[in-house]
Design a protein around this ligand. Sequence first.
Ligand SMILES: [Ca+2]
Ligand SMILES: [Ca+2]
Ligand SMILES: [Ca+2]
Length: 237
Amino acid sequence: MKIHILLIQFLSLILSQFCHAAFLKIELTPIDVSSTSSATFSTLPTANPSLFGLTGTDIRSVNFDTDPSTNSLSSGSILTNQYSSIGVTMNSVQLSSSVFGGAASSPNATFTSTTGSSQIFNFSVPVVAIGVINTSPDKDTVQLWSGQNASGSLLGTFIDQDGLSLNFNIDRFVGGRVTGGDLIGSVAFTNASGDIELDELIFEVTTIPEISNIALFFGIALIVLVVRKKHKLLIRF
Ligand SMILES: [Ca+2]
Ligand SMILES: [Ca+2]
Ligand SMILES: [Ca+2]
């Protein structure tokens, strides 16, 4: 009996490690992903998501240049439901073809000039990781929320270049990953100063119910071990 209790405790310990909810910040510069330029990404996130740490089988992307039906989006457009068919909507985010230093993918990036205002991206599909290029980063705030429109639980937050000397000339890919069954309902980028200009949004949609699969695996393993142990004891006695 003692062995069984120890076994359950051991498996619970392992399971808790797998299911521990955590936030993993993503912040990459062009040099970090071996770009040919130190200031801009020569390989874009929408072209190679795995280079930026998004490795699932269902990665979706927004280049702010064409909608999901490949219709061109014009500078000055206000984004709300244009990308809803791929699972993301925006809180009236403006597009611009004349952002500081240029868009990451031509012609458009997003544009907000008001200090303290946020560009919010809401997900209607189960998202576990997101990232976007901040094309003029100046310690803007990144927040991942469990609910829509920056509501629910704050899963993770940080500012770009935290603890570093500010350099808005170097593009930064910013975002995060959640683990342990958490899902990202929305992500908010809040302008600290100057403008906030984002491009090349990618997000990873989970295709498996991670926790239930892990629990099922360990549950089956536990049953097998207990049955085998009982079987051995019956044979012995
Ligand atoms: Ca673009
Ligand atoms: Ca730039
Ligand atoms: Ca800014």
